[in-house]
Design a protein around this ligand. Structure first.
Ligand SMILES: [Fe+2]
Length: 249
């Protein structure tokens, strides 16, 4: 079994199509999606529909998805994000909104844990530090724990039971094309963002997880950034949201 792992699609259908094509080429059979299907980008309906139609998919609610269905207040979002959410609300059908409204905040299986932000605060915490990783350890069990929300591909890891003997966790940015072995430790893995990367690399980010071989590998996938930008301009979305896609910021 091979999982395609992705998060933070953000209504960027050009990027999502490229990532799904990459998964198909790699014979992915199951999918793990860390949420935020909508928000920021020009094609929320196409993105929600594409994920709805994937077979064998674990999906959690993102904060932008939550705002769209009234599960989170708009005061948590900046002006540009609110404009994009108002645009998305007009694009989505009743069936697509109902799908988002029914998404869980946490998924636990025998192979992994999945949340958008963090295990203790699934919709709001940006998990970026080792301190936060340690504080979250009591809140999840099955490793790896996949997260999203920060749009930064990163991992945290610690030996099982290491907290008691004073060992410090390790953190690093995931290195594309470097296959990680996931044995003997507890891992938290962020596959980065499909639709709005923020690590200075504009290519769509995603990963492959093999629970039998215990491996995770990060990949970056080219997509037509200018096409997404044209669609954003036509939709009247804020200029800064368009420009950041080319920079990966
Ligand atoms: Fe996001």
């Amino acid at each position: 079994m091979l999982y395609g792992v992705f998060s933070d699609v953000h209504a960027n259908y050009e990027a999502l199509k490229a990532v799904l094509a990459f998964f198909r080429r790699n014979k992915v059979s199951h999918f793990i999606c860390g949420g935020d299907l909508a928000g920021y980008g020009p094609q929320p309906a196409e993105c929600v529909r594409a994920v709805m139609e994937l077979p064998d998919t674990a999906v959690v609610l993102g904060n932008h998805d939550a705002a769209l269905v009234g599960r989170m207040e708009l005061r948590w979002f900046n002006n540009n994000a609110v404009k994009a959410l108002e645009f998305a609300r007009k694009c989505l059908s009743g069936a697509e909104l109902a799908y988002l409204a029914a998404l869980p905040e946490t998924v636990k299986t025998d192979d992994f844990t999945l949340v958008h932000g963090s295990p203790r605060k699934p919709l709001t915490e940006y998990l970026l530090s080792e301190t936060q990783f340690l504080e979250n350890l009591p809140h999840w069990e099955t490793s790896p724990c996949f997260i999203g929300h920060t749009h930064m591909p990163v991992y945290f890891r610690i030996c099982a039971g290491a907290k008691e003997d004073g060992s410090a966790p390790e953190t690093d940015f995931l290195v594309p094309m470097a296959r990680m072995m996931l044995s003997g430790m507890r891992y938290m893995l962020n596959p980065g963002a499909v639709g709005q990367p923020r690590d200075g690399n504009p290519r769509a980010s995603c990963g492959l997880y093999d629970p039998e071989k215990k491996t995770f590998e990060l990949f970056r996938v080219d997509y037509d950034v200018s096409k997404t930008q044209e669609l954003m301009a036509a939709a009247g979305l804020p200029r800064i949201l368009m420009e950041r896609l080319a920079l990966g910021l």
